[in-house]
Write a protein that binds this ligand. Structure first.
Ligand SMILES: [Zn+2]
Length: 190
């Protein structure tokens, strides 16, 4: 009889026949010594669905193990605060630089790690930046800084708002696209 998988027979002094699928995806048939090969084969046929289900599960677990070992370990608190310090320095300098060019004022600069936003600007001009942006290409950081500073003139995303952004960064669309398409990567790098 043909089965969609190979199996090993392990004879022993046990009284009943049983099938086992190991974690590494081997099929073992534990059988009493007196069982014939054809009896065992018929038994395996009857349990084929069960075996296939467990083989699929073993494979799935194996994949999961592979994937979780290939991703990096969680970021330590110490490394995170180091990144935040670097980000604070970079964003402080960039904000100073672009605010002067754009002729706008601003308040406090905070560095955060918010899953859903890269930056924000309050009505008082306090700015938030996501530290993970420092892992992105420089044009992307520049875009986020200019975007938030442009809100000092326009608290919306109107045409007038983007005209301000474009006057400072003519290629801002590429950076915006990068964030939309690849921004998620910044959560996977470290
Ligand atoms: Zn905005």
């Amino acid at each position: 009889m043909n089965h969609p998988f190979d199996y090993e027979i392990i004879y022993s002094s046990r009284k009943t026949i049983a099938i086992q699928v190991t974690r590494d995806g081997r099929v073992l048939v534990r059988s009493p010594r007196h069982c014939t090969r054809s009896y065992i084969d018929t038994f395996v046929s009857k349990n084929e669905d069960w075996v296939l289900k467990h083989l699929a599960r073993a494979k799935e677990l194996e994949e999961q193990k592979k994937n979780s070992s290939s991703t990096h370990p969680p970021l330590s608190a110490k490394d995170r605060s180091r990144y935040i310090e670097i980000a604070r320095d970079i964003f402080t300098r960039k904000t100073e630089y672009y605010a002067r060019i754009m002729g706008v004022s601003y308040g406090r600069i905070s560095i955060r790690e918010q899953k859903t936003r890269w930056g924000s600007c309050s009505s008082k001009g306090n700015l938030n930046f996501n530290w993970r942006l420092i892992l992105a290409p420089e044009e992307v950081l520049d875009y986020v800084v200019v975007h938030e500073l442009a809100h000092r003139r326009e608290m919306n995303h109107s045409k007038a708002f983007y005209a301000i952004v474009e006057s400072v960064l003519p290629d801002y669309r590429a950076a915006r696209k990068w964030l939309r398409d690849k921004g998620q990567m910044l959560w996977e790098m470290v």
